[in-house]
Design a protein around this ligand. Structure first.
Ligand code: GLY
Length: 337
């Protein structure tokens, strides 16, 4: 007999990285709880997983203590360049069969249609996750970048802002301190050694069985002008599929190399989310030695998360446990011999 589902369900992360100033922790926790409550309320009202993850990530983008949207880290030139992506796996309905599908959507198994949208190196939108959704829903493409993505935003009715409006005083101070301290990162080895804090992401399953993932970031500290990270790349920082959904945080180059989210979601065919999340991070460590974290949900609403950084903040919602917040301890970081 099939086991009872615990739906709807939602998991959110606020980034894996260094622990950050202790004084900011209570406010980071409040910001995360406010964001997950928005998403949970949408799901409780029978809303869609897509609406829930986008609303949750939008709230975190608007919060200055998270490295996404307003509050993003600055690149080597001292500017904001943001990445975001969203993916949606929808059970087939009669309307889907009647022709809603396009060349950007396809069936991942007999019962689901998937679609995705992403933006990279954008500086002039307040909420990159909304632009990623607009790319998914209103363009023939999946990934748009830079000025072209911003031009598309205007046409999609998304207000453009001046890039300076996205820079917080906190981000500017951190950039100055970093510049003075060590110079900006120029080598891949140095880039791998650094890890930011505060990329945001959410994964959800709704009462109709639809599954969604969303991720948004300002990138890693000291990133070079024009660098694109995993959060813009479907399969790396974000993935949703008939089996479940994932969102990643941490060193984007390692997440891209290991196609972390796609590998993890496909592994849900044979494993429970918590075991799969731990194995995915262990394999990422083995392959790259970098630091990253992942949140996972399967189609039954079961949840998993793991990371190997100093700290990772998550919040979760399901009918059995309600809304909860956690600071997660890392898994063991030793590389296999
Ligand atoms: N994971 C965020 C980034 O590497 O840009």
């Amino acid at each position: 007999m099939a086991r009872a589902r615990n739906l709807p369900a939602l998991v959110v992360h606020g980034g894996a990285g260094n622990a950050g100033p202790g004084a900011e922790r209570p406010e980071r926790r409040r910001g995360m709880m406010a964001a997950i409550r928005l998403g949970a309320n949408i799901l409780r009202a029978k809303g869609s997983a897509l609406e829930a993850v986008v609303a949750t990530v939008t709230a975190l983008e608007d919060h200055p203590l998270f490295n996404a949207g307003y509050g993003s880290l600055l690149n080597s030139e001292g500017n904001v360049e943001m990445d975001a992506s969203v993916m949606f796996a929808e059970p087939f309905s009669d309307s889907t069969r009647r022709g809603k599908r396009s060349d950007r959507t396809h069936s991942h198994d007999a019962d689901y249609t998937v679609s995705a949208g992403a933006v990279a190196v954008v500086s002039r939108v307040r909420n990159p996750i909304m632009l990623a959704r607009a790319v998914m829903e209103n363009s023939p493409h999946i990934l748009m970048a830079g000025p072209g993505a911003e031009n598309f935003a205007r046409k999609a009715g998304i207000r453009l802002v001046r890039p300076e409006e996205m820079v917080t005083e906190r981000a500017r101070e951190r950039w100055r301190a970093r510049k003075q301290q060590a110079g900006m990162l120029e080598s891949q080895a140095a880039a791998r050694a650094a890890i930011g804090h505060g990329t945001v992401g959410a994964v959800a399953v709704d009462l109709h069985g639809a599954i969604a993932a969303a991720t948004s970031t300002g990138g890693v500290p000291g990133k070079l002008f024009g660098r694109v990270g995993d959060s813009a790349l479907i399969g790396a920082g974000t993935f949703a599929h008939a089996f479940g959904a994932a969102s990643a945080t941490g060193q984007g180059e390692a997440i891209i190399l290991t196609a972390l989210c796609r590998e993890a979601v496909l592994s849900l065919a044979d494993g429970a989310p918590q075991a799969v999340a731990r194995a995915a991070i262990a394999e990422m460590i083995d392959a790259t030695g970098a630091e990253a974290g992942i949140i996972l949900i399967d189609r039954r609403g079961r949840i998993g998360y793991a990371h190997n950084a100093a700290s990772m903040q998550v919040a979760r919602y399901d009918p059995a446990g309600g809304v909860q917040h956690l600071w997660l301890a890392p898994i063991a970081t030793a590389r296999r011999p």
